[in-house]
Write a protein that binds this ligand. Structure first.
Ligand SMILES: Nc1ncnc2c1ncn2[C@@H]1O[C@H](COP(=O)(O)OP(=O)(O)OP(=O)(O)O)[C@@H](O)[C@H]1O
Ligand SMILES: [Mg+2]
Length: 307
């Protein structure tokens, strides 16, 4: 929690203000294009393959340091059984269900979690949301496209599994945080997710997080195994970025409906998540935001029938 000057240094000025000195003089078109891109939020998609690996726990806590560095939105893309709002003790009346059914604009479904941090809930107990039509996904993308002009960072809390829309969100984000645990079924599902994602977007930036590790060694062994198998069979491997410890603080804070970095900021898990946030901000400072909604829309490629 005490690393705000560092966060500001990494993220506060960041790529938006810094001139690009790597190449020669840029054309007016390049400058204008960069200006447009820079106005959009950076996006991080937290995904896993298997359910219950800790995506929502991690997203809820990562959002706190990100919000300190600039306005942040948690987008709960768990469209079947959304629960990101629970971890911030929120009770949104409108959700993405209302957005895709045309009852409200995405901006009207946003609720404030705390200073600088907003949430757009996915909605719960609505089975239709498990599989949106191309048109509904188009509506969703258009809503997000408008929102991304007002945030610095969008954190997407994904649904488990390999549904088309879960993979589309990951493929459209600037960075994917692939979360696994040392459990062999979680590792297998992380690999399966990777395979589908790379097919969808071969240039995807994928960072690997091992959650619930008993120690650093277990985290390293888990990451090495996934990287080795992916490199061998997919010709590409994710980049390991963090090992997060098994920590009962996660359970206690979930019961209290609090992100762990808020409820138990000095816990081992909170400190590891703070470190991860700092690394991610450095990572994003090197990445030009492509625009989640805009990118998603391109990937959905819905077009009305021409009559
Ligand atoms: N590092 C950790 N140490 C101990 N428990 C953890 C840790 N991370 C998450 N948990 C616990 O694991 C359970 C599942 O976490 P969470 O809901 O965040 O997973 P998820 O990946 O979002 O699940 P889903 O796929 O259902 O959305 C929760 O009970 C949470 O408290
Ligand atoms: Mg979840």
């Amino acid at each position: 929690m005490g690393n705000e000057p560092m966060l500001q240094k990494l993220f506060g000025r960041g790529r938006r203000d810094a001139p690009d000195t790597r190449r020669g003089p840029r054309t007016q078109v390049e400058v204008a294009r960069d200006g447009l891109a820079a106005a959009r939020a950076s996006s991080i998609c937290v995904a896993s393959g298997k359910g219950g690996t800790g995506k929502s726990t991690l997203t809820a806590s990562l959002a706190i340091p990100f919000a300190k560095a600039g306005r942040t939105l948690i987008l709960d893309a768990d469209l079947g059984v959304a629960n990101a709002h629970i971890l911030h003790d929120l009770h949104p009346e409108l959700t993405l269900v209302d957005v895709v059914e045309g009852r409200c604009a995405a901006i009207d479904a946003i609720v404030s979690a705390e200073d600088g941090l907003d949430l757009l809930s996915g909605g719960s107990g609505f089975s239709k949301m498990a599989g949106l039509s191309a048109y509904e996904l188009h509506l969703l993308s258009a809503g997000i496209e408008k929102l991304e002009l007002t945030y610095r960072t969008i954190l997407v809390d994904s649904a488990a599994g390999l549904s088309a829309q879960t993979v589309a969100f990951a493929a459209a984000s600037d960075v994917v945080l692939l979360v696994t645990t040392p459990d062999v079924t979680a590792m297998t599902d992380a690999y399966a997710f990777l395979k589908v994602l790379l097919r969808r977007n071969p240039r995807c930036e994928i960072l690997l997080v091992v959650n619930r590790a008993m120690d650093e060694d277990e985290g390293k062994r888990t990451a090495d195994k996934i990287c080795e198998v992916s490199q061998r069979f997919l010709g590409r491997a994710p980049r390991p970025i963090a090992t997060l410890p098994e920590d009962r603080a996660a359970f206690r804070c979930t019961q209290r409906r609090q992100p762990v970095v808020r409820g138990e900021p000095e816990s081992e898990l909170s400190l590891a998540i703070e470190d991860l946030a700092t690394l991610l901000m450095a990572e994003l400072a090197e990445t030009r935001p492509r625009g989640l909604g805009r990118n998603l829309m391109r990937r959905v490629a819905w077009a009305p029938d021409l009559v």
